[in-house]
Design a protein around this ligand. Structure first.
Ligand code: SF4
Length: 423
């Protein structure tokens, strides 16, 4: 591996299947008529079809079936919460048996295909160049999926990002025991051979007017903004991190170190809090606790992730709110709870959500926002009020899964292709 950050110390949660394991699992599938697992997949991958191809040892055909429905089917195989999507719907639950391991089969097939074939050879060569140019803002999953689909249709797709690396959430925000930075980059580099271009380290403010003038269409896949901060004393001091910012450092910064941290406390009850808690335990932090301000049923994080966190030894403090963060000699000492209890801590992470999109309407004309600050689109087309601009992913849905970003990008691209055929 060419890249080495802290996350490289964390092992994979689920090793890749061997051929024998994949065949064995694929042969368990009942290849249901009207399969509920397909209905539960936001990108509608034909699950029994790809599993039947694995069962008959047509592994590359299986990968083609997956990627034709979900062009990010390789990373989605690892990052999708299958426990609440396809695998939750599997009919094996009705028999009191374990569901088919759909994600692991999907990862097995796509890994083999990506290793053996270039994207144009596997997905079909891109159509003849149309001469149309599309700018995609943000280099996360929505833009990469949309850009790859547009490139396959012969359009020039240029992805812009203010950061200096590609992948957005996929490369910087996924817990490493699910998907590592380098693995996410490998999928995007593979897709880039379709003709995707990247323009990194660019603030769109500098480019907005020119982009609108020079490109035939635009796509907003800008995700969410910075971690929300707590408006309490000490929240800006040392060793107090926004959770997404800390996850990004662990994944992407070569020299980032946690130092000699023994106790870490995380504020929040969502999936980011649960991911970070598990990550810190896997990195060797002795005591990791989550603080959630309500009861367990109110937590927005998935129950299976909470259970996994507890198995790793994460402590859960319910009905716990903090009132003041204390630093001594420029070091974090701890924090006070609302009840006045001093809790000593070496690291505090705030996983209380991310701000919604920066108001880009001042740069691009005619984009509107809902009351939550999310870009408004026609849900049937994902087109904004500006007829040249489409949007998808977290900046529209407020923060869902990678697979939702891909599903929305598919809708947007279908509408963009119809528009581009006419201009
Ligand atoms: Fe196979 Fe389960 Fe889907 Fe049926 S529901 S097709 S058994 S994965």
């Amino acid at each position: 591996m060419s890249f080495s950050s802290l996350e490289c110390l964390i092992d994979e949660k689920q090793p890749v299947y061997t051929l024998a394991q994949a065949l064995c699992e694929a042969q368990r599938c009942l290849f249901c008529f009207d399969p509920p697992c397909v209905k539960a997949c936001p990108t509608e991958i034909d699950i029994p079809k790809f599993i039947s191809k694995i069962a008959s040892k047509n592994i590359i055909g299986a990968a083609q079936s997956i990627l034709s429905a979900n062009i990010l089917g390789h990373s989605c195989a690892k990052v999708c919460p299958v426990e609440v999507l396809c695998a939750k719907a599997c009919v094996y639950h009705d028999r009191g048996e374990l569901p088919i391991e759909i994600g692991r089969l999907q990862f097995f097939a796509t890994s083999q295909a990506i290793e053996k074939f270039l994207a144009p050879d596997l997905l079909g060569a891109a159509k003849a160049r149309t001469g149309k140019k599309i700018a995609l803002i943000g280099a996360g999953p929505a833009s990469v999926a949309a850009g790859a689909m547009l490139a396959l249709n012969g359009h020039q797709a240029v992805i812009f990002d203010k950061k200096n690396f590609i992948g957005g959430l996929n490369s910087a925000g996924i817990a490493p025991y699910k998907l590592k930075h380098e693995e996410a980059l490998r999928e995007i580099r593979w897709l880039s051979s379709l003709g995707l271009e990247f323009c990194l380290g660019k603030e769109i403010a500098e480019e907005a007017h020119a982009l609108e003038q020079d490109y035939d269409a635009l796509f907003m896949g800008i995700g969410l903004g910075e971690d929300k901060r707590l408006m309490i004393s000490g929240a800006d001091g040392p060793s107090v991190y926004g959770a997404c910012s800390l996850i990004e450092k662990i994944k992407t910064q070569k020299n980032f170190s946690l130092g000699n941290i023994k106790r870490a406390h995380i504020i929040g009850g969502g999936n980011t809090a649960l991911d970070l808690a598990q990550e810190l335990r896997l990195l060797g932090v002795d005591y990791v606790a989550l603080h959630y301000r309500r009861d367990e049923p109110d937590m927005s994080g998935y129950a299976h992730e909470l259970s996994a966190a507890r198995k790793l030894g994460v402590h859960v403090w319910l009905n716990s709110e903090i009132s003041k963060i204390i630093h001594e000699d420029a070091e974090l000492k701890g924090f006070y709870t609302q009840e006045g209890q001093l809790v000593e801590s070496d690291l505090l992470a705030l996983a209380i959500g991310q701000s919604h999109v920066v108001k880009i309407s001042k740069y691009f004309s005619s984009i509107s926002y809902d009351a939550r600050g999310l870009i408004q689109v026609d849900p049937k087309t994902h087109r904004t009020l500006n007829p040249k601009i489409w949007a998808a992913g977290d900046c529209v849905n407020g923060g869902k899964e990678v697979v939702n970003a891909v599903a929305e990008a598919k809708i947007a691209v279908k509408s963009m292709l119809a528009y581009l055929a006419e201009v």
